[in-house]
Ligand binder design. Structure first.
Ligand SMILES: [Zn+2]
Ligand SMILES: [Zn+2]
Ligand SMILES: [Zn+2]
Length: 355
């Protein structure tokens, strides 16, 4: 009977991967149409409001309220420009965000050990199952998670390699002697000529406090049990891999601001492997979907199993507001369902100067 080394186990795992229902895709250049022939191509609904998407989706009141809230959230901003500024223009730069999520499961095996406390020893009684044959309960789709499982039929017993089966290790503090040079008399046993050292009663040495004078301490690896249970551990990891693509908008608002807000969901599609959206009015979104779906399916099917994919398209409202305050013109942006505000050149960032 042969002991399953981690290397063999990895090979077996690779074989299992190849024989899995989702084979490696690296050599199939044209894999995608072959992979999902049965799925109908989803047709996103363009939505009846599309022709009006360039109209600001918020009112002047909403814009001003969001701005006042923004100013009051900054500790030394004066709220005067937000309250008294006169809105002179509102322009929409609404934009699309395409998001692809790929929910994957990966499995890793490695040797592990723990102090032996009489656990069952089952190695050699039958061949261990392959890593992908061990049942594991995935959390809900698109939720990260992790589970560790002791692989059945891999547990055996061996003397602890750290203490060589002694259960104890020489104390590091006193090098196993159980005592150390007295720090008060520096080992002489005397202080100031003929006075005996009171600390060590003239012995010149001091009991080691770390090992209580025993010269050795319990082995931390086997916790004094002398024997270890050695087995293969399987770590199952669920990961939601997310990529976003935001269509360039020419408003001047930094695109990374949009990562903190949500938009109006126009399209949602969730299945084992999605087909990139087609027929969406903005070709940049279609291209991004094709690129990201290809990237994800290529990348994640090599090192893990894809359990589910989800693609969404949101319309994120972005309104550029122009206002005048004290005779000067300024701008700010209100964006997202949350009405977040960005105002890089707020005219009164220190309230003392306005008073
Ligand atoms: Zn002493
Ligand atoms: Zn010691
Ligand atoms: Zn030990």
């Amino acid at each position: 009977m042969e002991w399953p080394t981690p290397v063999m186990y990895q090979q077996q795992r690779r074989l299992d991967l190849q024989c899995s229902p989702h084979p490696q895709l690296e050599e199939e250049v044209d894999f995608f149409p072959l992979q999902c022939p049965a799925y109908p191509v989803p047709q996103p609904e363009p939505g009846p409001e599309q022709p009006h998407w360039n109209i600001p989706s918020i009112s002047e009141d909403t814009a001003r309220e969001a701005f006042v809230l923004f100013a009051s959230s900054k500790c030394c901003y004066s709220s005067a420009p937000a309250k008294d500024g006169v809105i002179t223009g509102m322009e929409a730069f609404n934009t699309y965000r395409y998001r692809l999520e790929t929910f994957t499961e990966s499995r890793l095996t490695e040797w592990s050990h723990e102090p032996y406390n009489g656990q069952p020893v089952d190695a050699f009684s039958q061949p261990p199952p392959g890593p992908w044959d061990i049942p594991a309960q995935a959390p809900s789709f698109f939720m990260d998670g992790k589970q560790t499982i002791k692989v059945p039929y891999t547990s055996s017993m061996k003397p602890c390699h750290v203490c060589l089966g002694m259960g104890r290790k020489p104390c590091r503090d006193c090098a196993g002697a159980g005592n150390k040079v007295c720090w008060v008399c520096n080992g002489s046993g005397y202080r100031h000529g003929d006075d005996r050292c009171h600390h060590c009663s003239g012995r010149g040495r001091d009991n080691c406090s770390h090992c209580h004078g025993q010269g050795s301490t319990q082995c931390p690896t086997c916790r004094g049990k002398q024997q270890l249970l050695v087995y293969i551990n399987l770590t199952v990891k669920w990961t939601n891999n997310i990529d976003n693509y935001v269509v360039e908008q020419s408003s001047g608002l930094q695109v990374d601001n949009l990562s903190k807000v949500s938009g109006k969901e126009l399209f949602r599609d969730s299945q084992y492997m999605v087909y990139p959206v087609v027929g969406f009015p903005d070709p940049a979104v279609v291209q991004a979907a094709q690129r990201l779906v290809n990237e994800h399916q290529g990348k994640y099917s090599q090192t893990s199993r894809i359990l589910q994919q989800r693609q969404t398209i949101e319309l994120i409202p972005v309104t550029k507001v122009t206002y005048s305050w004290k005779g000067n013109s300024h701008i700010y942006f209100v964006y997202g369902n949350e009405f977040k505000v960005s105002a890089d050149n707020y005219p009164a960032t220190c309230c003392c100067s306005v008073m």
